[in-house]
Design a protein around this ligand. Structure first.
Ligand code: SF4
Length: 237
């Protein structure tokens, strides 16, 4: 595994027992990150744009059927298969363990998307526009991606950057819970928790040690930064 050179290692916990599949995280992510709004034609071509999707599973047999939800976003893998295949180093690893994407370096080969086992990268097949008045909602902190560029979840890196600047100005570390990506901030059932895995006392680090924890496709050796919790019970941390 790569060695990190920062006191931060950002990670996320998603408690599947808390997720109700409401989709608030999906909408919040779209609004925060200037994710394009797609028309029917684009969606029917399989070219929808979203950085976070909710997968739905049915468990049991009729009449005893239950529905389960699985929010899937970039797993910010520690050994990310999307990084070594990019010929122009647009997909890279930052010192905090984030899998980043340099938009103005991306030449649109889409090798990264093909190599991602979680299918969380989306490609701008078109130049997108925002109908009025939604164009007023675009965030000035986030680049609007042009046609031909690959994109995906950044763990709301613009919020992390701002929190880092604030903390550096005050001569301290970012406090536990001080920075939240839009999805975690918006989730009404608090199914998503974000924080610094490098701090063993942080809420994410404590939750990641739960016996309910698992990582998506962990047998592939990608070492994701997201830990899912399943199987009943609640940790009060
Ligand atoms: S989930 Fe996919 S896009 Fe994200 S770091 Fe892993 S391989 Fe790369």
């Amino acid at each position: 595994m790569k060695k990190l050179t920062s006191p931060y290692k950002w990670g996320m916990i998603i408690d599947l027992d808390r997720c109700t599949g409401c989709g608030a995280c999906v909408v919040a992510c779209q609004a925060e990150n200037n994710v394009a709004i797609c028309e029917k034609k684009e969606i029917s071509e399989g070219r929808n744009m979203h950085w976070l999707r909710i997968e739905r599973f049915w468990v049991g047999d009729y009449p005893d059927v239950r529905v389960r939800f699985l929010p899937v976003l970039c797993q910010h893998c520690h050994d990310a298969p999307c990084e070594p295949v990019c010929p122009v180093y647009a997909s890279y690893h930052n010192p905090d363990g984030l899998n980043g994407q340099v938009y103005n370096r991306c030449v649109g080969t889409r090798y990264c998307g093909n190599n991602c086992p979680y299918a969380v990268r989306v490609f701008n097949f078109y130049d997108h526009t925002w109908p009025k008045p939604l164009d007023n909602q675009l965030s000035p902190d986030v680049t609007v991606r042009p046609r031909g560029v690959m994109e995906k979840c950044t763990f709301c890196v613009q919020r992390i950057r701002r929190a880092k600047e604030d903390a550096r100005g005050a001569g301290r570390m970012i406090a536990d819970g001080e920075v939240q990506p839009a999805c975690a901030q918006t989730c009404p059932s608090e199914a998503i928790v974000f924080g610094n895995m490098a701090d063993p006392q942080s809420r994410v680090a404590r939750l990641s040690r739960s016996p309910r924890g698992f990582r998506l496709l962990e047998h592939l050796g990608t070492h994701p930064s997201i830990v899912y919790l399943k199987g009943g019970g609640r940790e009060h941390v």
